[in-house]
Design a protein around this ligand. Sequence first.
Ligand code: AMP
Ligand code: ZN
Length: 433
Amino acid sequence: MSAWNPKMEFMPKEELDKLQLKLLKALVHRLYDYSPFYRQRMDLAKVHPDRIRSLTDVAKLPCMQKKDLRDLEPGQLFMASNRELVRYHASSGTTGRPTIVGYTQKDVDTWTESVARGIASAGLGADDILQVAYTYGLFTGGLGLHYGAERLGCTVVPASTGNSERQLDMIKRLGVTAIACTPSYLMHLGEVSQRIGLDIKSDTNLRLGILGAEPWSEGMRGRMEDGLGVKAINIYGTSELSGPLWCECVEQRGMHVWGDQTLLEVVDPETGETLSPGEKGELVVTMLLKEAVPIIRYRTGDITTVDWEECGCGRSHPRLGRITGRVDDMLIIRGINVFPSQVEYVLMSNPELGNEFQIVLERKGALDDMLVRVELKPESFQDNVAKLESLKSRINERLKNTLMISAEVELTEPGTLPRFEGKAKRVVDKRNI
Ligand code: AMP
Ligand code: ZN
């Protein structure tokens, strides 16, 4: 069995517990002493670091939300100077404003170690050629997988997203053995390969997919494994915590979360009460080692379970189940987070538009397709075609800049979109995952 860091990965649970507690105490003391933000939060919650005496005491600490990261200026939250920072990444927030995360060299190293351990546990090694078909850039997927795979000794093909025929050509010509991308993109590659007469199963060496950044199902796993001959491995992470961090081992029974870096809780999303192992609720994460942007009790908004039962691979670390939903209205479209409020924000800045809009999501082939339908104001409805076309392309452009994905825009006649007496239902999600 290949393991990147056997000493850590197979550490007995009692030792791991002790290590976690030691790291938690050190983290809380550091933040109380040096972070005005965390000190104020802890004072408000009336928890002094000395009150953290066991791992369950973590529940006494205040939680953090995506909005904290979005609303605070980097200077208020960051605990590293420009000199110490080596990188920034960003992800979309609930409004047009992105959440920005900075990394010290140690942060990048810890993240890289987590990815290297994970993909090694999934069966990758120095003989593998991994094509990284996640976006490279502010999004964490591309560089996260890239660094982890290089650390492990894999040969990396930094393909980034798009240009499917070229992706397939690389897979074939370079003898690529594994691909990291969204599950829907792998399905899409399957469709394109059929169209160009390439049989991924028999004409290529592709045998493993590291698939995440969006929800997917066991049904999709079956299709990719049977249809393409690609073992489908789930990987999870969020930019606030670093990026892609944890993936399934060869057993494919949940994603190992490295306890020497991370402390997990699952809470009732309504009451915030801690749930027992195996119970479904909102995932709350404390990153024990992060330097530049420390994270205590981050409420991810993702619904899942955490399991501490020993895995068939022998690793002692807890396992995260599939993400089965969100506590908020965040949508994940082609791997990108989209909040309906961001769409609203873009639309409402156009005086020609009315108040009603609708977001329609569909799967076209294997990929997500987004249509934004919005009502015109009666006076703008009279405008000539050229004027309306120019309005449409302006909205298109702004949606693309704000959401980082493109959407089709349909301008509709006033009064034609559904009205709601209660909470408006803006999203019609016809995707069947
Ligand atoms: P980002 O911060 O852009 O990396 O987006 C992180 C979010 O993507 C998470 O909070 C999840 O909602 C979603 N996500 C990432 N990986 C997975 C996965 N394997 N399954 C389901 N959802 C995922
Ligand atoms: Zn395992």
